[in-house]
Design a protein around this ligand. Structure first.
Ligand SMILES: [Zn+2]
Length: 370
């Protein structure tokens, strides 16, 4: 196969087998990005108008209640900066942090420093480790690309549970088109589908497991509670958002420490996306992250190509250290690891799932939320 790389971003056909290009050599992800941002405000003035409108909506809905909005806070740059922006706009935030056993100390420390200085109420949910461990372990043996599903599902389910408990209508989300506009959908199946999670455990887990202590949510609850009663606001799409500037602000205001690449706040996620995905599937999230920054205007394509070759943030030695740490924590031997890496790759269709319903719900959600 002839190697091809997009002329606008740096997505290529070696990291994404399903990529297509037009006559100008621009890839399908750039096209999808342009479509997705078509309805969003472009200039600083337009953004400001929309931002103020959304903030007022949230304040009105929060009248007489304890909070205006709930925010899932991971310790990453996007959600931390979002908390800062929302706080400055006068919103009363309930911050929810889920600890699924992989958070780096730096990330946890960052969250605490920021929330305490801004007096943001922070609730931390520690997922029962023996349960989390067995689920995560089963995913390691599943042959699926997205083995971060047990963590992602718990994050979402716990945040939604808080929105319901405190009767909060608005959920702030750090998703944004400035830093994450490009991510091929084949890189991983949705974390929404609890039927798939349960079947992965049934086929790849170690015996019976009670999921009583795991924050979970079925699709009916997702539709009835999350989609019908709460509104998700991707507020960062309505400010001039730059990752570099956000890191500077957070560092200056809260003595915030940067821990490296995107999603490196979780040691598992860091290893999963930098080692497991590229080595086993050829998928490269770093390439997608850099491409997002290029189309978002933060990086030039030339600089992106240079950054792509820079491994100083996470080198092979650190990767192997993380591998050994993760394997030990999950009771997986090196022989088993070799089996995991050499066994045939699978997709969600190898497991029971609710794929069609998930697709429908995701489409409906995109239409409902801004
Ligand atoms: Zn492209």
């Amino acid at each position: 196969m002839e190697y091809k790389i997009c002329t606008r971003c740096i997505m290529d056909n070696s990291s994404d087998p399903l990529i297509t290009f037009d006559e100008q050599g621009v890839c399908c992800h750039c096209k999808a990005y342009d479509n997705a941002i078509a309805d969003l405000p472009k200039t600083a003035e337009e953004k400001k108008i929309q931002f103020d409108k959304l903030v007022n909506e949230m304040k009105n809905a929060g009248r007489g209640k304890e909070f205006d909005c709930v925010l899932g806070i991971s310790g990453g740059v996007d959600s931390a900066y979002l908390a800062y922006v929302a706080h400055n706009a006068g919103l009363r935030i309930l911050a929810v942090h889920v600890d699924a056993g992989w958070n780096t100390d730096i990330a946890v420390d960052n969250i605490k420093k920021m929330c305490s200085k801004l007096k943001i109420e922070l609730h931390t949910i520690v997922v029962d480790w023996p349960t989390m461990k067995e689920l995560q372990r089963a995913y390691m043996f599943s042959g699926l690309p997205n083995i971060d599903v047990p963590q992602d599902h718990a994050f979402l389910a716990a945040t939604i549970a808080y929105a319901r408990k405190y009767n909060i209508k608005y959920m702030l989300n750090g998703s944004n088109f400035a830093t994450e506009g490009i991510l091929p959908s084949n890189y991983g199946y949705s974390a929404l589908d609890f039927r798939c999670i349960a079947d992965v455990y049934k086929k790849c887990g170690r015996g019976k497991l009670s999921l009583r202590k795991y924050p979970k949510m079925n699709l009916f609850e997702y539709a009835m509670v999350y989609m019908a009663k709460t509104r998700r606001i991707n507020l960062l799409n309505y400010v001039e958002y730059s990752k570099t500037k956000a890191i500077e602000v957070l560092h200056h205001e809260f003595d915030w420490n940067y821990y490296g690449g995107k999603h490196f706040e979780s040691r598992f996620t860091k290893f999963f996306q930098s080692y497991y995905l590229p080595k086993k599937f050829g998928y490269d999230k770093k390439r997608a992250h850099i491409s997002s920054l290029i189309v978002g205007g933060e990086l030039t394509r030339e600089q992106g190509l240079v950054d792509m070759q820079d491994y100083s943030e996470y080198n092979e030695v650190q990767m192997l250290e993380d591998r050994d740490y993760i394997l030990k924590k999950l009771d997986i031997s090196l022989e088993e690891w070799e089996y995991i890496m050499s066994t045939p790759n699978k997709t969600e269709d190898d497991y029971r799932n609710n794929k069609r319903l998930v697709k429908l719900l995701v489409l409906a959600k995109e239409a409902l939320h801004r």
